[in-house]
Design a binder for this molecule. Structure first.
Ligand code: GTP
Ligand code: MG
Length: 345
């Protein structure tokens, strides 16, 4: 069962919320309900990558002009209407505080890394992990997918996970191994993870759009992994001079993920491979192509690098609420672990 597609459920209406306790003030109007948009234009808007009003509210009207064959004034009006419609997102400071109270955390396996993140990977947020090949981005995803299943006092949420695999690197055997270490039934642990293998960036967009349906069918889902976020976009848009298009589309996916995180109180963990760039002499030598666009959306960004003696070092970058800092940990056959101080001596 290496590449199990995300299951299609019977549910027809994706917009129907069953987890009412989350953001019940959030109204989901359909794009076609906006003034001046019929079902034809609505479907063109969706084809252009804007799946809902929130995404449309952040669209560049000029992109709509081209994608929908409409005039610029109409495009501007549609985007303005979408912005107006999404204003109902505002909540009072008190409501905001209440919502923050429901934030929970999933253990990464390493206490040092958890502390760096303020207690673990947070629900209602996107945590982006970027770094070179082999730095441990996927290994953290494996660990989170197992740890989310643990009881609360063991760093978990007694939850399930969704894993969007864009590189074909999901390994069931690794999940089974880590589950056994944590005293979980390995087959059951695997059963609790829904894997969607994305074969193109469009497919990746579709799989993300399917997530509300999956969570409605299984409200225990508390973690969404996208490993990796950018690989397909990077591969497909190489040298095509359409960087702006690509970034628009990536942005739509990221906003959809953030909305899912808020709406369902789930944690979103995405990975992003960056290559050391020898051509860059000054500044950040690992600045990611397309990396900055993720940086604006992700709440937590961890830069991972290989450290001494096979260790890994995670650095928290640009966090709004936590101090910058570093944490060292190890990747072992038993999973992500704190560095054994005894062994270092
Ligand atoms: P890319 O996807 O290539 O960008 O890399 P990544 O950052 O996702 O790397 P990944 O998380 O796959 O880390 C791979 C590294 O984890 C390997 O090079 C090993 O060092 C380590 N690793 C993976 N499995 C094991 C294991 O069973 N035992 C030990 N000791 N290390 C492991
Ligand atoms: Mg990987």
């Amino acid at each position: 069962m290496e590449e199990d597609e995300i299951e299609h459920t019977e549910e027809e209406n994706v917009n129907e919320e069953t987890t009412e306790e989350m953001n019940s003030d959030f109204e989901y109007k359909d794009i076609k309900d906006l003034p001046g948009v019929g079902s034809t234009i609505a479907s063109k808007i969706r084809n252009a990558g804007y799946q809902d009003i929130i995404a449309l509210a952040t669209a560049n009207p000029l992109v709509l002009v081209e994608a929908c064959g409409i005039g610029e004034p109409t495009a501007r009006k549609i985007v303005a209407e979408a912005r107006e419609a999404s204003k109902m997102n505002f909540m009072s400071g008190l409501e905001f505080e209440d919502k923050r109270k429901s934030v929970q955390r999933i253990s990464t396996g390493s206490e040092a890394l958890n502390i760096l993140l303020g207690g673990g990977v947070e629900t209602q947020s996107i945590t982006e992990c970027y770094g070179e090949y082999g730095s441990g981005k996927s290994q953290i995803a494996f660990q989170l997918s197992v740890d989310v299943q643990l009881p609360l006092d063991k760093g978990g949420l007694e939850g399930h996970a969704i894993w969007i695999d864009t590189e074909g690197t999901f390994r069931p055997s690794r999940i089974e191994q880590l589950a056994a270490v944590k005293g979980l039934d390995p087959k059951q642990a695997l059963q609790n993870i829904k894997i969607g293998r994305a074969y193109s960036s469009d497919h990746q967009v579709l799989l993300v759009d399917k997530i509300p349906e999956l969570i409605n069918a299984d409200p225990k889902i508390r973690l969404i992994v996208v490993d990796s976020m950018m690989a397909l976009f990077r591969a497909e848009y190489v040298g095509r001079g359409t960087l702006a298009d690509r970034q628009q589309k990536v942005n739509v996916v990221l906003h959809n993920l953030q909305r899912l995180a808020d709406r369902f109180n789930v944690a979103v963990y995405i990975t992003n491979q960056v290559m050391a760039r020898p051509d860059v002499m000054f500044g950040d030598p690992t600045a990611a192509v397309g990396g900055h666009i993720i940086g604006h959306v992700a709440t937590y960004r961890i830069y991972l690098r290989k450290g001494k003696k096979g260790s890994r070092v995670g650095k928290l970058v640009d966090s709004p609420s936590l101090p910058e800092g570093e944490a060292s940990f190890e990747i072992t056959s038993n999973g992500i672990m704190d560095i054994d101080e005894e062994k270092k001596k």
